[in-house]
Design a protein around this ligand. Structure first.
Ligand code: SF4
Ligand code: FES
Length: 324
């Protein structure tokens, strides 16, 4: 098994593992950020360059460094390879450049965007972005369109990561949307106003790293940090039926797939679960969803509140036992 060292941490991984997947196995701050790679979608990655790393030693056999930063989601490891991510000032600088580039056309409309609070680009720009933009030109703009009756496409926010196209290719029975044109003019669009309408199309919303594709049944209903995510499942004939219900009070405002620590869904879910099952009685509730404490969504700390209540009742019971 090839051995690779990333920012001083050495790990053995199976042949063919990418630098990014090796870094994810190590975990922590050394994992490069991703905007287009999605482990559950084949051939994803290689479009956005946010995962750039420096290969300071190619391999044991050929220790020459790679001449340019490489996309860690695409580059496989070689035995003896040494990689720098957060320990390389050049890479941090290059990443800031990539963020600036991604933001050239992306509007800074987080205060009115439904993706705010769970947007990969928002997090990325907080961590790696510049405070000011150097762009003097007008950003390109598009009218908002409906692609199907459940999904809104806000093309101004798209960063051309191709994830939604891979969902359409690999999950949906047929693909009726894609990237049209090239360069500055490229855009995600349907062919001749086709509607994206099939039982897996809602997954495009979950994989979109920004607010370009949003759930029309949830848009503008709440800010995500005011909702309470709860794990739930149902017997679904089409998908695994394992979802997250996002509650506000007693009302289920939206249903999504369950995302892992990298922001990728564990399993894709069908549109029936996502759009048509919005009653608590449709679901078997498992309990509060664990939310990373760094996420703005964790601000309500209800998980801890539940634990605190459990601790208090346990203490009470112990006290009563001791008293008796
Ligand atoms: S619409 Fe979203 S998922 Fe599709 S290419 Fe644009 S940013 Fe990526
Ligand atoms: S995540 Fe590697 S190029 Fe986009």
């Amino acid at each position: 098994m090839p051995k690779v060292t990333i920012d001083g941490h050495t790990i053995e991984v199976p042949e063919g593992t990418t630098i990014l997947e090796a870094a994810r196995k190590i975990g922590g701050d050394i994992v490069p950020p991703t905007m287009c790679y999605y482990s559950k979608l084949k051939t994803s990655g290689g479009y956005c360059r946010t995962c750039l790393v420096k290969v300071s030693k190619g391999s044991e056999k050929d220790p020459r460094p790679m001449p340019k930063p490489v996309a860690s989601c695409r580059q496989t490891v070689m035995d003896g390879m040494e990689v720098q991510n957060i320990t390389s000032p050049e890479i941090l600088d290059a990443r800031a450049g990539v963020v600036e580039f991604l933001l050239i056309n992306h509007p800074l409309d987080c205060p009115v965007c439904d993706q705010a609070g769970e947007c990969n680009l928002q997090d990325l720009s907080y961590e790696h972005g510049h405070e000011v933009s150097r762009l003097d030109f007008r950003k390109r703009t598009f009218p908002m369109i409906d692609i199907g009756d459940k999904i809104k496409l806000h093309m101004n926010r798209c960063i051309m990561c191709y994830r939604c196209v891979k969902v359409a290719e690999q999950l949906c029975p047929e693909r009726v949307h894609g990237v049209l044109n090239r360069g500055w003019d490229s855009e995600i669009s349907t062919y001749i106003e086709q509607a994206v309408d099939n039982e897996w199309s809602g997954n495009m919303i979950d994989v979109c790293p920004v607010g370009a594709l949003t759930d029309k049944t949830f848009r503008f209903k709440s800010r995500v940090w005011f909702t309470k995510p709860v794990d739930a499942h149902r017997n679904c004939p089409t998908c695994s039926g394992k979802v997250v219900l996002w509650y506000q009070g007693e009302e289920v405002l939206r249903v999504t797939g369950r995302k892992d620590q990298w922001g990728e869904v564990d399993e894709f879910i069908c549109n029936e679960c996502r759009f048509d099952k919005k009653k608590t009685s449709d679901w078997v509730i498992e309990g509060p969803r664990h939310i990373d404490r760094h996420s703005v969504i964790s601000q309500n700390h209800y998980e801890e509140l539940k634990k605190l209540k459990q601790d208090l009742s346990r203490q009470k019971k112990l006290g009563e036992k001791a008293h008796n």
